[in-house]
Design a protein around this ligand. Structure first.
Ligand code: SER
Length: 328
């Protein structure tokens, strides 16, 4: 494992932060390069080897690959579904150019493995919504979903045409406490826990009955690493694998939280994100991932809720509390 040098792009995001830590644990700190368009904070600078990178700058990406003798790239930088609808052209440019730059640099420089995160957003209103199969009608309606679906097609193209070992998962909504998500339709399912722990009520931007597929971060990290470490012969799907852990609605997560905080209350005021959620699956069939490389999640809604609350309760949420008060 020590001969690998890994570049993470978008390392300060919700998934990037925790994936960086996990990869450092496996490959050693000196073998993991964290890059992001944002500058590193002094605290982060102590923990990671950092390079600033805008993934749209293909030349700099190539230079970093040479400089650090990179052998694997995890490309996590993207504009998510809700933000994407605010500025569709920017979302398309960043998501598409970024992905093509990564694939091209990987091909040119002989990178061994590339990871590309896709999403349940690749599905659309013509897709069977319950237990959505691995192979089905797609027709996404958000710019984020269109860019992820196009990204999946490019990944498979690079695998078939150039033999590039690209691997990908279609993440559901990811719930975590270390780094907040930004700009997604599933973000409510993170914010609701913060609100409960700082003893505020929560106003949800989705209807209480809106079921969406979700996953706790430790499972998302496990899925990513299991896939990336699987023998190449087992990775038979080269566009992107469905992965699933749980499916819940805002009403259900509220009830799960109320077991810990009986006086916690949520209200529901759907906005433009409701339409996005309504175009996505309510649950996902991930049997192909289970069969091909042994995927199995550990957390369900109850165990995740207990863990989220335990961890958030230990954190200093003063700043969050101030911001939450300011917007109420
Ligand atoms: N969490 C993402 C979003 O809501 C879905 O992949 O945009």
């Amino acid at each position: 494992m020590q001969n690998e040098n890994i570049l993470l792009i978008g390392a300060f995001g919700q998934i990037g932060t925790e994936l960086t830590e996990a990869l450092q644990g496996i490959y050693g700190e000196s073998h993991v390069i964290a890059s992001d368009i944002r500058l590193s904070s002094p605290e982060k600078a102590e923990r990671v080897r950092f390079e600033q990178l805008n993934v749209m700058d293909a030349q700099r990406l190539g230079e970093l690959v040479d400089k650090h003798k990179i052998t694997q790239i995890y490309h996590l930088a993207a504009v998510l579904s809700a933000s994407g609808e605010q500025d569709p052209m920017f979302a398309w440019q960043l998501n598409m150019e970024g992905t093509i730059n990564v694939l091209e640099v990987a091909r040119e420089k002989g990178i061994k493995k590339v990871y590309f995160p896709s999403s349940i957003a690749v599905f659309g209103k013509d897709t069977p919504r319950e237990n959505t199969p691995q192979h089905t009608v797609m027709n996404p309606s958000t710019v984020y979903g269109i860019s992820k679906l196009a990204g999946e097609r490019w990944c498979e193209y690079y695998f078939n045409r150039y033999g590039l070992d690209v691997r990908s998962l279609r993440y559901p909504g990811i719930i975590s406490y270390k780094t907040p998500p930004g700009g997604g339709t599933t973000d409510y399912a993170v914010d609701i826990y913060y609100k409960a722990v700082v003893r505020k009520n929560f106003e949800c931007f989705l209807k209480e009955s809106t079921y969406l597929p979700m996953m706790y971060m430790p499972d998302a990290i496990k899925a990513t690493l299991d896939l990336m470490h699987a023998d190449a012969s087992k990775v038979k799907v080269r566009n992107s694998y469905n992965v699933s852990a749980m499916s819940f609605s805002p009403r259900e997560v509220t009830k799960a939280i109320q077991k810990h905080y009986p006086s916690f209350k949520a209200s529901f005021r759907p906005d433009f994100r409701q339409k996005i959620a309504d175009s996505w699956p309510t649950s996902i069939d991930d049997s192909v991932a289970r069969e091909d490389w042994g995927w199995k999640p550990e957390y369900n809604l109850e165990s995740m809720t207990t863990d989220m609350i335990q961890n958030l309760s230990k954190m200093d949420l003063t700043q969050y509390k101030k911001e939450a008060s300011a917007v109420v």
